[in-house]
Design a protein around this ligand. Structure first.
Ligand SMILES: [Zn+2]
Length: 505
């Protein structure tokens, strides 16, 4: 099903028809997590926006090849400094874990040696993958092939630095640091709207005295920093040291997607400058192509109960905090957080609230139960849904710059009033759920649980419950029902028998 698709392209500062270079294939690069801490709900809002985009394009008939990097090196604490000043985040994290270990806090127990940055990265990567899979990020199931570590691509980054020096886009400064020369690239600032004059005056990035001495232009950014004392360092023609943060995405996009120009690049709005501006300068500096990515798409910030989320405000939530019920007082199923984080338009500042979560929980519960009922009634037989008006309107809404509210407004009322033949409705349900990935996430969770605990055991309890009912032994039936409920299952008894599914939030 090919729909006329239009996306807002940050590069054009406007909406434009979506087109790819190859007929049925989309290459997509998504800036991924920095593994020095647990990912928070704002990070996951951005990642889930990319996931919704991907699943929508797949439903529309494209084959999507998505790469998402894992940043385990070179990321500085002061993100707004294009040249990478400040302390490396991995160093900060190692220090925090050292202190946690000394204090005997359990979160540090999994890391033997906090001074080994690879152990720290491994620890937070595992945590990320667990959360990301729970939330249904398709790319997390493609780890490690499509989720590479920056630290494994340092030779590819060095290759880019070498080529940029050779063709005059980069230079070695008097203090040995390799910088990208922004004046060598006339399009620098096109994505973010920061002109070089604006940057020279210092409002787009602070300029230190040391920079003034060695840089040609204050906005020139770091490509390689010789530093023999750095926590992660590599040999290079410019001395033992580490790469600039922006390099990794240029290197991994080129290495894994194998294209000079990729179709879509996603990230959070905080990535636009300096990170994406610098990625473009580096990549095009090497390829000479008119674009690095044809479409640049950015998700806006998330607020919590109308306030900026920050550790000092005490409203800073990781995904695992939400799952564990630290925000609402009761555990939240990942499918509920998924819906909550995708249900407002990616270019609006979403407001994360406890009430919103409760609404999402109700929607996910109704949607999943609707699907289970249809599966049962239709006996798993579904009609192809492509011509169904609900599917067409759902896709048309998403084709309009991923208008998720419009798409949900087609589907949810249809669900509430559905009188269609079960097999017809099931076709629509499955199609829509492939994109939203809500019921599927529940069943996936159920699958995991059943393999861990034995689906036979749950099915066995249901069978015993039915036998007890037939024998009118209601005390035993109630005890078995309670046993399933205590194990986290929702138990339903119909004339056809008893079924149990993992309980929602
Ligand atoms: Zn990036």
């Amino acid at each position: 099903m090919k729909t006329e698709i239009r996306f807002y392209n940050t590069l054009l500062h406007d909406v434009e028809p979506f087109a790819t270079q190859e007929a049925d294939q989309v290459t997509m690069y998504s800036c991924g997590p920095t593994v020095y801490d647990f990912a928070h709900i704002g990070n996951f809002r951005t990642f889930l926006f990319a996931d919704l985009l991907r699943r929508f394009l797949e439903a529309a008939g494209w084959e999507v090849e998505q790469v998402m990097n894992i940043t385990d090196v070179g990321h500085m604490t002061e993100d707004d400094l294009a040249d990478g000043g400040g302390e490396d985040k991995m160093e900060v994290s190692a220090r925090r874990l050292r202190e946690a270990k000394k204090a005997g806090r359990p979160d540090a127990a999994a890391v033997d040696d906090p001074d080994d940055p690879y152990q720290v990265a491994r620890y937070y990567t595992d945590a990320f993958l667990t959360d990301a899979r729970a939330l249904g990020l398709a790319v997390a199931d493609e780890y490690p092939a499509h989720m590479p570590f920056a630290s494994q691509y340092v030779p590819a980054m060095q290759d880019i630095v070498r080529r940029l020096i050779d063709n005059g886009h980069a230079y070695v400064a008097s203090d040995g640091v390799v910088y990208y020369s922004v004046e060598s690239f006339p399009d620098y600032g096109r994505l973010s709207g920061n002109t070089l004059d604006h940057l020279r005056s210092g409002s787009g990035g602070r300029v230190t005295e040391a920079d003034q001495n060695s840089k040609r232009h204050p906005a020139d950014f770091l490509l390689w920093k010789p530093d023999a004392n750095h926590i992660m360092k590599w040999d290079s023609p410019w001395g033992e040291g580490y790469p600039g943060w922006h390099l990794e995405c240029s290197a991994m996009a080129m290495a894994l997607l194998q294209k000079d120009v990729i179709d879509i690049h996603t990230g959070g709005e905080d990535n636009i400058f300096p990170h994406h501006e610098c990625e473009i300068a580096q990549s095009r500096g090497v390829t000479g192509a008119p674009y690095f990515a044809r479409f640049w798409m950015h998700a806006r910030f998330l607020q919590v109960e109308g306030e900026k989320m920050s550790k000092s405000m005490g409203n800073f939530h990781t995904a695992r905090d939400v799952f564990a019920g630290k925000v609402t007082g009761t555990p939240v199923h990942p499918a509920v957080l998924r819906l909550e984080l995708i249900k407002s338009h990616y270019r609006s500042h979403m407001n994360f609230t406890a009430k919103g979560l409760r609404d999402s929980a109700q929607t996910v519960r109704r949607w999943t139960e609707f699907g289970r009922r249809l599966e049962q009634e239709a006996n798993g037989n579904s009609q192809p849904p492509d011509d169904h008006p609900v599917v067409q309107r759902f896709m048309a809404a998403l084709a309009d710059d991923l208008n998720i509210s419009g798409a949900l407004a087609e589907v949810l009322p249809w669900m509430a009033n559905c009188r269609e033949k079960a097999s017809t409705a099931l076709g629509v349900f499955r199609f829509v759920d492939d994109v939203l990935y809500l019921a599927a996430l529940q069943e996936k969770g159920a699958g995991t649980r059943q393999t861990e605990e034995g689906s036979d055991e749950v099915a066995g309890l249901c069978r015993q419950l039915d036998e007890a009912r037939t024998a009118r032994d209601y005390t035993r039936a109630d005890a078995l029902r309670q046993q399933l409920i205590d194990a986290g299952y929702e138990v339903r008894t119909t004339p056809a028998g008893t079924t149990a599914h993992p309980r929602l939030a």
